[in-house]
Ligand binder design. Structure first.
Ligand SMILES: O=C(O)CCC(=O)C(=O)O
Ligand SMILES: [Fe+2]
Length: 354
């Protein structure tokens, strides 16, 4: 199909309904991306906005109980909202296998992938998606397979067989790391107890995505993921060596590249942790720029509150005399509000403000 004729086909039908995804577009060998994927100039990342002198911290967590680790993590969460961890104990093989599984899933024929579109999927707990939301004016250059993970849920047996075992193994190995991270982050707030209510508020549900960003003939015009902040409590992100994840820096309109580090996990603070910490920890905007010559994969785990958990600033902080910046919000309401619109940077948090 030529570049001219892509504009004449029904793009949404080709990309979404037929299950070709952006991957299918990428494989057409277009010289120019379709108009729907061209970001307005203000949403393109200008090279001059990238700061090379700064980087997010890389923290060695081989000893979680070391006070220096607690200090570095809580400082990074307050200042950057992002950090990378190394020596977390998850075998490299498990990380490499899940990234390879992401490639394998998206290399499946479109007839196979189409089985996991929301309306076809054998379970609502696994869904093939593309742009953030089709309500957006400009579409994102990515496809992803979203898994809602609940412990002891039989529907995992219905996940795609090319990637199921690898995703499950990755989640199993990551869970203890998630718990440690949250314990350390709470310690940094002087909140000592990580009881059942807090566990449900902070890690009641997990979403694991296999993200696939196909190579793109005009990376400077497109976005893999537009500017947004995550609504999770924390997000654990595994990325390959292609690069392209940028985080908003401490000065306005500066962006910092999250340099891929083999075996590391990128951790970011989401809105829920900003809320419970009453603004101590920051949920920072980030975005993904795609690559001209390589497909990129990443595997985020969004560590979310249980759907019915009500999340507000920790009582321990308010007892200490702080004025609440946020009211209590039911996570499912926050989630639905977020997905009812485009990413729109940091606007979602306003929804929970007192
Ligand atoms: O793929 C990445 O590096 C980041 C993806 C992301 O920010 C998201 O899905 O929320
Ligand atoms: Fe994100």
């Amino acid at each position: 199909m030529s570049a001219a004729s892509i504009e004449s086909i029904d793009l949404i039908d080709f990309v979404v309904n037929q299950g070709n995804g952006v991957k299918g577009l990428s494989k057409l060998g277009l010289e120019t991306i379709p108009q729907n994927y061209i970001q307005p100039p203000e949403e393109r990342l200008d090279k001059n906005q990238i700061v090379h002198q700064e980087s997010i911290p890389i923290i060695d967590v081989s000893n979680w109980d070391d006070p220096k680790v607690v200090f570095s993590i809580s400082e990074a969460a307050a200042k950057w909202g992002f950090f990378q961890i190394i020596n977390h104990g998850i075998p490299l093989e498990v990380l490499e296998n899940v990234m390879e599984a992401a490639h394998k899933f998206f290399e499946l024929p479109s007839e196979e992938k189409r089985k996991y579109l929301k309306e076809n999927s054998p379970t609502p707990n696994v869904q093939l998606k593309t742009s953030f939301s089709l309500a957006e004016k400009v579409l994102e250059w990515k496809d992803f397979l979203m898994h809602f993970y609940f412990p002891d849920d039989d529907s995992v047996n219905l996940w795609p067989s090319v990637s199921k075992d690898q995703v499950l193994e990755y989640v199993k190995c990551t869970k203890p790391v998630i718990k440690k991270l949250l314990q350390v982050l709470l310690k940094g707030l002087n909140v000592k107890e990580f009881d059942e209510t807090k566990e449900s508020q902070l890690m009641g549900a997990l979403i694991v995505d296999l993200m696939h960003y196909p190579m793109c003939p005009n990376p400077e015009l497109a976005a893999g993921v537009g500017r947004h902040a995550d609504i999770s409590s924390i997000t654990i992100l595994l990325q390959d060596d292609v690069g392209g994840l940028y985080v908003r820096g401490t000065k306005a309109d500066q962006w910092i590249h999250v340099t891929p580090v083999k075996g590391a996990l990128v951790i970011n603070i989401g809105d829920m942790l900003q809320i419970v910490s009453n603004d101590r920890y920051k949920s920072i905007e980030h975005r993904v720029i795609v690559d001209r010559s390589r497909d990129r994969v990443s595997v985020p785990i969004f560590v979310n509150p249980a759907n019915d958990a009500v999340v507000g600033p920790f009582q321990e902080l308010l007892d200490g005399g702080e004025k609440p910046v946020y009211k209590g919000v039911m996570f499912s309401d926050y989630f639905n509000f977020f997905f009812s619109k485009g990413p729109e940077g940091k606007k979602t948090l306003e929804y929970a403000k007192v």
